[in-house]
Design a protein around this ligand. Structure first.
Ligand SMILES: Cc1cc2nc3c(=O)[nH]c(=O)nc-3n(C[C@H](O)[C@H](O)[C@H](O)COP(=O)(O)O)c2cc1C
Length: 229
């Protein structure tokens, strides 16, 4: 199993430890990235990725190693500590760079077979909205199976996380790893993704822009072909 672990922070704190623990329990080849260390650019809002293609992005080359690792992975794990109820700025800036991959534009077909996990930790609250920040992108990229795991660690550092909470995390990551392993290679696309893709397929017959329209036509998705078949 190929796993890519993308951390929305540079440090190895509580969030990193939860994500790493899960990745190790899954077993296999783990590639990990830290943001902003491995990618720290902000979207400049040029719209080049949408209108001309992703290679027009001034950060395309810098982002390429992570894009490649994500495309090759079976499981994507995104982690972020809760910062004022949301993902870190680094994680948000990273996700902004894949707006062109949303189903409304040019989804990557490899995404329609993967599993993904959103992991967040907070001192007390905000995991739901933080995981949603990441899950929104994963869903609109076309990923069929998305797990969300948030934990209130009651601490600012991993060293400060008490035994009871660590035990709970161990238990939860055991359970989650088991579920992901069992689902490997057999994830089914949900009705929500199918419905959304269907609406996009109708819209892309005309297309919002030429780059998207040509992409969909070339893939055969404006006809009967589908990325998951
Ligand atoms: C800038 C900043 C904002 C934070 N905002 C929240 C918050 O909204 N809710 C919360 O419960 N904890 C908040 N925290 C605490 C962290 O989310 C929490 O300690 C988390 O477990 C840290 O994970 P890490 O060890 O991976 O850095 C914040 C911490 C920082 C540094």
């Amino acid at each position: 199993m190929k796993i890519v672990l993308i951390n929305g922070q540079n440090h190895r704190g509580s969030t990193y430890h939860v994500g790493r623990q899960l990745a190790e329990k899954l077993g296999g080849n783990i590639k990990e990235f830290f943001l902003p260390r491995d990618f720290g650019e902000f979207c400049v809002g040029c719209g080049g990725c949408f209108m001309k293609g992703e290679r027009a992005c001034p950060h395309y080359e810098k982002l390429r190693p992570i894009t490649k690792a994500m495309d090759e992975a079976d499981v994507l794990i995104l982690t972020s500590p809760v910062y004022v109820y949301h993902v870190t700025g680094s994680m948000k800036a990273f996700l902004d760079h894949y707006g062109y991959r949303w189903m409304v534009h040019r989804p990557e077909e490899k995404m329609f077979r993967k599993q993904a996990v959103c992991i967040s930790t907070a001192a007390g609250a905000g995991m739901k909205s933080t995981n949603k920040d990441m899950a929104d992108s994963l869903f609109f990229w076309g990923i069929p199976k998305i797990y969300r795991y948030g934990v209130a660690v009651q601490a600012i550092k991993w060293d400060g996380v008490n035994g009871k909470i660590r035990k709970k995390i161990e238990h939860d990551t055991d359970r989650l790893a088991k579920e992901i392993r069992e689902n490997a290679g057999k994830v089914k696309l949900g009705i929500k993704t199918r419905a959304f893709f269907f609406i996009m397929h109708l819209l892309q017959k005309k297309g919002f822009n030429e780059t998207d329209r040509i992409y969909w036509k070339k893939k055969g998705w404006t006809g009967r072909k589908r990325p998951w078949k």
